[in-house]
Design a binder for this molecule. Structure first.
Ligand code: GAL
Length: 457
């Protein structure tokens, strides 16, 4: 869907669309398939009663997908075991109704608990794990997977699903062990566009337990997968291959918490993104230690099609089955979104979309901030200055400019006269711009001037 903000009705145009693709001028949706590798520069147009606008857009067809980090929503951080098709549909509706889709928010991802569960007493989670032919059976809250995918596609969005290479997911639902190919075929048949594969009980398999062993814990990561790269990569290589064999572009999200330096091999198993960390929660300690302390080592491995994933966003109403407003303060939330965009992280909103407030909406729809995350060069920022509580992150952008984040990890506001331009790779005359406020600051000559900054606690 062409992402364009503004009043509806709107009509869309696309000049120079390659053969095989077609545009619906009323919805702005481009559909179809390309038979040959290649790059195409298309001129997109959007027009409403107030005016019109054009923008160049690059379509690339080749061996790689997810050329910019995926943006969307995932059920886990708000609903966890309360996941249901109704909640998923409601989230998709809000992405469209509140206009987030017009800023590029696209994927609607179903996490754990769409399958039946090994121990739950909840009747909606009890039932067969697989049918007599071995095909996975969704639980009663997901009565029609194909219908759900059609519904989400009908809104101009894409849809994602979740499983584990082990016999059980982390929450104790049906995993894909020994049904990998069949599952990949099933996801493609239903129409899924994104797939998260979560290590979980595979830890016990990797350590040598039999799949039928009742003592297998759903969430034990085990030992071997932490040290032995062959063991760690095996299940992902297998599923990565089966996903690639499907006649669909399915983004492959590797989730094994960063074990055995996944950033070094994630691309080789067809992973489009890989978690670099254990689970995030909505506290400053969790978000800041993941964001500031654990990402630099993985940065050189991020590139178009392969992204480091510091886990999903914890803004809005989150709470793993028991949602409450995020415990991050507003400035901590600016830190979270700024940092994740600098890190070229997949951006997956983790909140209850039906309780979406205006602050969270503005936080997630600032196009100049999102453009840093989505910059096509795909270079992840690293920390270039670490001085007391000050952290300065910088990254190079496709147009030759630099995105820079100034952060204060301390408890008091910080006054700064910044002149260390060499550290962020800038010389000569420059016009700094505050992307959150979308305003230029005073122009500077990097040889003699400095930028006065107040960085909140
Ligand atoms: C965890 C994973 C979470 C979520 C959860 C589901 O292992 O890191 O993001 O998917 O399992 O049970």
């Amino acid at each position: 869907t062409i992402a364009a903000t503004g009043d509806r009705p709107m009509s869309f145009s696309a000049q120079n669309l390659p053969e095989g693709l077609k545009l619906d001028p009323a919805t702005g949706r481009i559909t179809g398939a390309l038979a040959m590798k290649g790059e195409h520069i298309v001129m997109l147009g959007a027009k409403n009663s107030l005016g019109s606008v054009e923008k160049k857009f690059r379509i690339v067809c080749g061996d790689q997908i997810a050329l910019t980090p995926p943006m969307g929503w995932n059920s886990w951080n708000c609903f966890a075991q309360e996941n249901s098709a109704d909640n998923v549909k409601a989230a998709a509706d809000v992405l469209v109704k509140r206009g987030l889709a017009n800023h590029g928010w696209t994927y609607v991802n179903i996490d754990d608990f769409w399958q039946n569960n090994r121990e739950s007493q909840d009747p909606t989670l009890q039932g067969p794990f697989r049918d007599t032919d071995g095909f996975v059976v969704p639980n009663a809250r997901f009565p029609d997977m194909k219908g759900l995918a059609d519904y989400v596609h009908g809104l101009g969005l894409k849809i994602g699903l979740y499983s584990s290479p082990g016999p059980w997911t982390c929450g104790g639902c049906t995993g894909s062990f020994q049904h990998e190919q069949q599952d990949a075929q099933t996801y493609a048949k239903w129409g899924f566009d994104y797939f998260k594969y979560d290590w979980c009980s595979y830890g016990s398999i990797a350590d040598g337990k039999a799949a039928t062993d009742k003592s297998i814990s759903s969430s034990d990561a085990g030992e071997k997968g932490k040290r032995d790269v062959e063991v760690a990569t095996y299940p992902y290589r297998l599923m990565g291959k089966f996903l690639r064999e499907q006649k669909r572009d399915i983004v492959f999200s590797v989730c094994q918490y960063g074990m055995s330096e996944v950033w070094k091999w994630g691309a080789s198993v067809n992973g489009n993104c890989w978690r670099t960390t254990y689970d995030i929660t909505d506290t400053w300690e969790s978000m800041s230690s993941i964001g500031f302390d654990q990402q630099d080592q993985a940065a050189p491995f991020a590139k178009p099609g392969n992204w480091n994933d510091p886990d999903m966003l914890v803004v809005g109403h989150v709470g793993w089955g028991n949602p409450h407003p995020t415990r991050l303060t507003p400035d901590e939330q600016y830190t979270h979104i700024s940092l994740w965009c600098l890190l070229s992280a997949p951006l997956l909103i983790g909140c209850d979309m039906t309780k979406f407030d205006d602050f969270t909406l503005s936080l997630l729809t600032n196009d100049e901030v999102l453009a840093i995350d989505q910059d096509p060069l795909g270079k992840q920022a690293t920390c270039v200055i670490k001085d007391g509580d000050l952290r300065v992150y910088a990254r190079e952008l496709e147009d030759g400019s630099r995105a820079v984040g100034f952060f204060n990890r301390g408890g008091k506001p910080m006054e700064l006269s910044f002149k260390d331009f060499a550290k962020i790779g800038l010389t000569g005359k420059q016009t700094p711009r505050d992307l959150w406020r979308q305003k230029n600051l005073a122009a500077v000559d990097t040889a003699m001037d400095s930028i006065p900054l107040t960085i909140p606690a």
